[in-house]
Design a protein around this ligand. Sequence first.
Ligand SMILES: Nc1ncnc2c1ncn2[C@@H]1O[C@H](COP(=O)(O)OP(=O)(O)OP(=O)(O)O)[C@@H](O)[C@H]1O
Ligand SMILES: [Mg+2]
Length: 297
Amino acid sequence: MSTTSTARRLDVTGMVRVARERVVARIREAEVVAAALSAGRNVLLEGPPGTGKTTLLRALADGAGVPLVLVEGNAELTPTRLVGHHDASRVLVEDYRAENFVPGPLTRAMTEGAILYVEEFNRVPEETMNVLLGVLSEREMHVPRFGRVTARPTFRLVAAMNPFDAVGTARVTPALYDRSCRVAMGYQDEESELAVVTAATEGPADLVARAVRTVRITRDHSELRIGSSVRGAIDTVLIARELATVRGHEGIEDATGVDAALAALTGKVTLADGAARPVEDVVTDIWRRAGEELGKA
Ligand SMILES: Nc1ncnc2c1ncn2[C@@H]1O[C@H](COP(=O)(O)OP(=O)(O)OP(=O)(O)O)[C@@H](O)[C@H]1O
Ligand SMILES: [Mg+2]
């Protein structure tokens, strides 16, 4: 007897169409991830924070017409949290029953035929990774005192990881890599980042340009170990505009830009080992340098 589910193809054209509508550039990545998912494969998305991994996945899931179940991966994501548990107070009265089982995200995703999207996957405890590994191999799992859960044909796993994460990506077993496809999402080019920040903030263009140039410099700066994602540029623009309003200024004065960049960026970047000065000084210099570079251009 075999009731094991097999994966069914997804609407790959619809997925890529919605991604083109909602995601800036990233067309190659959208096509490859959509193709892998449609072909019934699971995907490991590797990229630094803020590179559009979640944005892309939401668009692809909507385009395929399947739900997206999102889980934050961390050390507390035990197998029980992922799979589900029996409601303790009901168990006292009714004993263990299928009806008092509270499904966790994995069980929901399997039974709804959803894409299960686990962020920061490399932080997940090993026992939890092993549960997922079993599900990827069998497309079903046995839950004690609940029964067998079979994945609907559109169920997939997408795991996202940050290659700069101090936890490292080596925790992910070769068995899991072997059962998944890997797509790298690096930082986008300046033109795309300008479009991302413009879409998120609606300008003004000169402030967007300076904020984008600033975060790009942070990623390749000798005094910083980790630079800022595009989120830092979005935050700089939004804060600078509000600050200008509260200060009653027409445009963005220099001190306002610096204050916004400090608030937006000093917590997002990490100083290099042995850095000789405070992060505030480094960010202020980079903001100034971005202005000079753009002024000359
Ligand atoms: N290519 C893109 N198109 C549209 N918006 C983007 C793109 N890349 C990034 N963004 C915007 O930047 C922000 C961060 O994107 P997102 O949350 O998708 O990144 P992520 O890779 O999932 O980050 P993390 O690893 O931190 O979870 C969001 O506001 C998102 O709208
Ligand atoms: Mg994300």
